[in-house]
Write a protein that binds this ligand. Sequence first.
Ligand code: OFO
Length: 170
Amino acid sequence: MLSKKIEEALNKQVTIEAESSQVYLAMASYAENLGFEGVSQFMYAHSDEEREHMLKLIKFINERGGHAIVSQLSAPPTEFGSFKDMFQNLFNHEVMVSKTINDLVDVSLQEKDYATHNFLQWYVSEQIEEEALARNILDKINLIGDDKGGFYLFDNDIKQLITKPTPPQV
Ligand code: OFO
């Protein structure tokens, strides 16, 4: 059984994952409008992944006797500037999410909720991967600089970095 404190903290994370999904969906639409198919596919897939992260939390909360709440979300921006700005934004967003996951792990230890602590380890590893991926993409963008041809190739290359969402098993 979840304590109220853990339930609230997990529900806060449900909102964060849902908002992440919305932000990446907005990035996908922005890139698609600019005609960058690869980047938009990457962002659509990333948005789906965040939704899976959200679902995984919802199922866990309900399975442990809590009530997962689907709350109102704040609207993401509609413009993201250059690719560099957009991927910097993505990286900063993931760093923020890592911090919220770390805080959650902290709460689970304070509450001596080892089942939740164990469940959260998946998110801890996932965040390491996501930050590394975003950093890797930013490095590539920095190498391209202002080269238009480079961006064309990058748009194609990024399709290989599209990851499949992890099924929401608990
Ligand atoms: Fe990319 O963040 Fe979810 O966990």
